[in-house]
Design a protein. Structure first.
Length: 99
């Protein structure tokens, strides 16, 4: 799968009510009933494809490609489920367009 496909599938996972949550990035443990952006990406792909998608999303958010930035971005107290899903979809489109 391409990074764009992975990011869209992660958005699909997080879109239903209650599917997204904020987590403790230091513990990297999900809360019951939901998952975060980084874990959703990991749930739909493995190994190299997953790592490329995580890097693409981190860079889309304006970071250096490190996964830890996605955890912190996801866990910003002002972040919403709708915003996370929208950003994943925007990043997917960007990745597919080669931007």
């Amino acid at each position: 799968m391409t990074p764009g496909e992975i990011l869209n599938k992660a958005a699909d996972l997080l879109e239903p009510d209650g599917a997204w949550t904020q987590i403790d990035a230091n513990l990297m443990a999900t809360c019951p009933g939901g998952t975060c952006a980084a874990l959703a990406i990991g749930a739909v792909a493995s190994d190299v494809a997953r790592d490329r998608a995580l890097t693409a999303f981190s860079q889309f958010l304006g970071y250096d490609g490190s996964q830890i930035h996605i955890w912190h971005w996801n866990d910003d107290p002002s972040r919403t489920q709708a915003e996370v899903v929208a950003k994943l979809r925007e990043a997917a489109q960007s990745a597919e367009c080669g931007r």
